[in-house]
Design a protein around this ligand. Structure first.
Ligand code: SAM
Length: 323
């Protein structure tokens, strides 16, 4: 059996360098994808170290099972969201845990398969769910049925979309006509044409734009469909709770909204004083809970970017649990 799943892991060497996996240790991979990071960890932790891996996408789960077959005695793959990290690690009695990795966002496989609806370059239905079984809300439902205010909110918060009023108002007007037609399945290409129409941009002038005018709108829809920011905010404290002292959390993010959440959480957890700024002396008795290992985020080398262009926006941040 072969698999046509594809994804090149990002910052693989750096994840290993900072997580420092050793023989016999246990790790959690919250975003298994094609299994690249997990494979590297399993190589380092043999012959007895284990990995508990989370993944929502059925294709990724199947591809990783195949790729990592020889490690099956040391690998537990769970097809569920990492937002249930703590509960599932407990239920599986998976401990002690020396490190946890999150490689956020989506895989190349998801982006390149038209039927998943993530790419504005394709003609699949506007779907964008990581897991087509457990998730019911599709991007198409948001575009066609959410109120203008809700569209404004996600375009602002999750996409930092420019001309946001014009876009939300334009979509609400455009969809009235769309919904009157017999053809009710919304394709990515139709939606992109609608956005270009709303912004009065001709297909022929797209070359002028550094990034496609639909990029931020697609990002906002994807984040909303998959509750991506909510999930990472909920999972980081769980990761901290289940980690052994001295263990590390490594997070790779691909856009500023995710990176901000990670950076702020790590900073908050590293503070030795949490007194209000107006307090003349410190009396909070707080102790730092983590040590920040990467003072600045780690970015892919020029060489990595030259062989994997999609790695260019990746940022890795790492902390070590103190107590
Ligand atoms: C960038 S890829 C990970 C690639 C992987 N590190 C590798 O080396 O092949 C991100 C993966 O996270 C998965 N994912 C996103 N949100 C998730 C969640 N809440 N729980 C579990 N998996 C999730 C996506 O389906 C995708 O396959």
């Amino acid at each position: 059996m072969t698999s046509d799943y594809h994804h090149i892991s990002v910052l693989g060497d750096e994840v290993i360098k900072y997580l420092q996996p050793q023989a016999g240790q246990n790790f959690i991979d919250c975003t298994l994808g094609g299994g690249g990071h997990t494979e590297r960890i399993l190589e380092e932790t043999g012959p007895k170290g284990r990995v508990l891996a989370f993944e929502l996408d059925q294709r990724a789960v199947e591809a990783s099972r195949l790729r990592l077959k020889k490690y099956q005695n040391r690998l537990i793959i769970i097809q569920d969201s990492y937002v249930h990290l703590k509960e599932i690690a407990k239920r599986k009695d998976f401990k002690p845990i020396q490190g946890i990795v999150f490689d956020l966002g989506l895989s190349s496989d998801q982006l390149d398969r038209a039927d998943r609806g993530f790419s504005f370059k394709d003609h699949g239905s506007l779907d964008m769910r990581f897991d087509e079984k457990s998730q019911t809300l599709k991007a198409e439902d948001i575009v066609l049925y959410w109120s203008k205010d809700d569209l404004l909110k996600i375009f602002r918060e999750y996409g930092e979309v420019k001309q946001v009023e014009r876009v939300a108002q334009g979509i609400v007007a455009w969809r009235e006509t769309f919904l009157k037609q017999k053809q009710k399945k919304l394709k990515t290409s139709m939606f992109v044409s609608a956005i270009l129409g709303i912004l009065n941009i001709k297909e022929s002038s797209l070359k002028r734009f550094r990034i496609h005018p639909a990029t931020q709108i697609f990002q906002a829809l994807r984040i909303a469909v998959n509750s991506e920011l909510d999930n990472i905010s909920k999972a980081l404290p769980q990761a901290f709770d289940i980690l052994e002292p001295g263990g590390r959390i490594a997070v790779i993010s691909f856009h500023s909204l995710e990176d901000r959440i990670v950076k702020q959480y790590f900073k908050q957890m590293s503070l030795d004083c949490i007194c209000p700024p107006e307090s003349p002396i410190c009396n909070c008795g707080n102790k730092p809970k983590v040590k920040i290992i990467t003072k600045k985020s780690i970015k892919p080398s020029a060489q990595e970017i030259s062989t994997n262009w999609r790695s260019r926006s990746a940022k890795l941040r790492v902390v070590e649990k103190i107590s």
